[in-house]
Unconditional design. Structure first.
Length: 154
């Protein structure tokens, strides 16, 4: 497996511009980096939504599983939101990005023989620079600790 770790700093004007940049990076970028597995996880069946809150199998062993998450600032407090990565839940990410987002991530894993996340295929994020306020500033497309991983190809 090869690993790509990068940070891209970019200026943006307004929450809408950040939401668009982040959406494109987290969806189109994921497809470009991980090819078929990102669209495949969107159409996976048998994924367990409760797996984000409890230690239970996430789905059928050997299948793809992923999550969406966002840390959103509202009234001076940060709330964490997450959903299993499915085509039905993907529009939720777009809604979260339109808010005062500090960090948003997508991730895709292969489930092990117990139905738990095993091999990480992709983990991507967008982090708003802490010194910027909603509406303008800079965005980092991959925060520290997040990586895009590509399977080794012949």
């Amino acid at each position: 497996m090869r690993e790509i770790r990068c940070e891209i700093d970019t200026e943006y004007r307004g929450t809408e511009a950040l939401a668009d940049l982040a959406w494109r990076w987290l969806t189109e970028g994921a497809v470009r980096l991980e090819g078929e597995s990102f669209p495949a996880v969107l159409d996976s069946t048998g994924q367990v939504e409760e797996s984000l809150k409890k230690s239970v199998p996430c789905g059928p062993p050997g299948s793809l599983w992923g999550f969406l998450s966002a840390h959103i600032v509202s009234r001076g407090r940060v709330s964490n939101r997450s959903r299993v990565l499915t085509r039905k839940n993907l529009p939720m990410l777009r809604k979260w990005l339109a808010l005062d987002v500090q960090l948003a991530e997508t991730a895709v894993y292969w489930l092990d023989d117990q139905g738990m996340p095993g091999g990480e295929l992709l983990r991507m994020g967008v982090a708003r620079d802490e010194s910027s306020r909603a509406g303008s500033g800079s965005a980092r497309r991959l925060p520290n600790g997040a990586s895009g991983r590509l399977p080794r190809r012949a």
